[in-house]
Design a protein. Sequence first.
Length: 228
Amino acid sequence: MIVKLKTVDSTNSEAFRILENHSRVIVVAETQTNGYGRNGSRWRSVKGNIHLSIGKVVGIDALKNLSAKVVCELFSVLKERVSGELKIKWPNDILLNGKKVAGILIESKIKGKVAKVVVGIGINYSHAPIDGSEFLKDKVSLSKEELESLLIERLKDIADKEADSLFLHSIMESNSYFKKGDLISLNSGNGLITGIFKGYGEDFAIVVETKEGECFFYSGEVKKIRKN
């Protein structure tokens, strides 16, 4: 079921509401009044940009490596059709020419061995709503509507697809905004740490060499302090 709205508080929130009575849904909105990203950050929603969420009831095993699958699939869709340098900024952003052009927010509500999972995608198609962001228009070979349709087709069953970890790692490593040897800072919610970026672990954690040794982080806000 595809639900298209002129405005909504959040496509992710609407998808969860619909999943109370349905097993799958896709929500697309022209604007959001309360769009949000990771850790409650605000996602500026502007008409002309893409705001969509794909919701599904799945077994909890489908959540494994889902974030990596989604970010690599989104990157691949854009890479084939966008002019400019695209990079993956761990854990959930796509950068175009060093500026944020797309963000992903995956949320799940688990009960027993079943999960309601929602994959939210925000893309600056026509406008760059904040400083340090970029937009796709005039740099992509598809219209907004064509790109929305393609993303829905490519991502609607992403939770059901088997993850080829080696393939995903190759995409993450070769297209990472962070390069091995970069000095980075990371705020995981337990304080700010600095260290050397070492790559990604088998389960797509970011690996950072700190004074205390090699550490693995599964979420957090990361910034590049100095290139290698």
